[in-house]
Design a protein around this ligand. Structure first.
Ligand SMILES: [Mg+2]
Length: 250
């Protein structure tokens, strides 16, 4: 899987483009696979207790994930493989990736989940797309996590997605963001067009962020095609200013 470091300079693509960022859990996969994985291996009681303290702001996201890993007990790769056998990604996502490739629209998956389930689910669907996410490691039967994209600016999420949006986007780009949950709230502010479901939809309404409801990736592709034909996919001034501010801050 080809990752892109947030320390990389801004894109060198010669032309303005539509640049698409998508969340994984609850978005590309209809289930929140990460949440269900931790719930499954930690047990309901431990999971709820840690999640409660995370939601109450008593734990940062890396602290919460650290405690979840500890609560998982002994775990092996085959346990994860077995757990994942009942999960799959949106059946229309592979075709969406192909559509982005054909149009040369860069697509990045930004997840606050972990590679341990994202990579196998993409591989099972034959999808090859850049993924930026937290890292999961099994050492002697114990789970550990690494957070290459944590930013203390956003302590309640382990992966600060907005940094990628600001760093990877060129001034001319139109940014499309796709997501469903709280790990997308901040990043969505930096997008020109948001496709949202769930909590992100409510957030966009409250924050007056232009959005469309996300159904499937094929429905979204059709809507983007129409917007491109009608030239209604445009920049959002407030998002543009925010991107410039975040980028110049470094
Ligand atoms: Mg999500």
């Amino acid at each position: 899987m080809s990752g892109v470091s947030s320390t990389q300079f801004r894109s060198r693509l010669p032309e303005a483009t539509v640049r698409i960022f998508s969340d994984f859990d609850g978005t590309i996969a209809s289930a929140d696979v990460g949440e269900e994985l931790f719930r499954h291996f930690c047990g309901d009681a431990a999971f709820e207790e840690i999640l409660g303290r995370w939601n109450a702001g008593q734990l940062t996201a890396p602290e919460a994930y650290g405690q979840l890993c500890a609560a998982m007990g002994e775990i092996r790769e085959r346990d994860i493989t077995r757990f994942l056998s009942s999960y799959a990604i949106d059946a229309s996502f592979p075709r969406f990736v192909q559509w982005c490739d054909e149009r040369r629209f860069p697509l990045h998956v930004l997840s606050d989940g972990v590679d341990a389930y994202i990579e196998p689910l993409f591989a099972a669907a034959g999808v090859d797309v850049p993924v930026l996410c937290n890292r999961f490691e099994l050492r002697d039967g114990r789970a550990h996590m690494h957070f290459p994209y944590y930013d203390p600016r956003c302590p309640d999420i382990a992966h600060c997605k907005s940094n990628h949006v600001a760093l990877l986007a060129r001034d001319e780009d139109i940014i499309v963001y796709v997501g469903d949950g709280r790990s997308d709230f901040e990043a969505a502010q930096y997008a020109d067009m948001v496709f949202a479901r769930g909590a992100l939809e409510t957030y966009c309404q409250e924050q007056n962020i232009t959005f469309r409801r996300l159904y499937t990736f094929s429905a979204m592709r059709d809507q983007l095609d129409t917007m491109l034909q009608q030239k209604t996919l445009r920049k959002r001034r407030r998002a543009e200013v925010l991107r410039q501010q975040l980028w110049s801050r470094g």
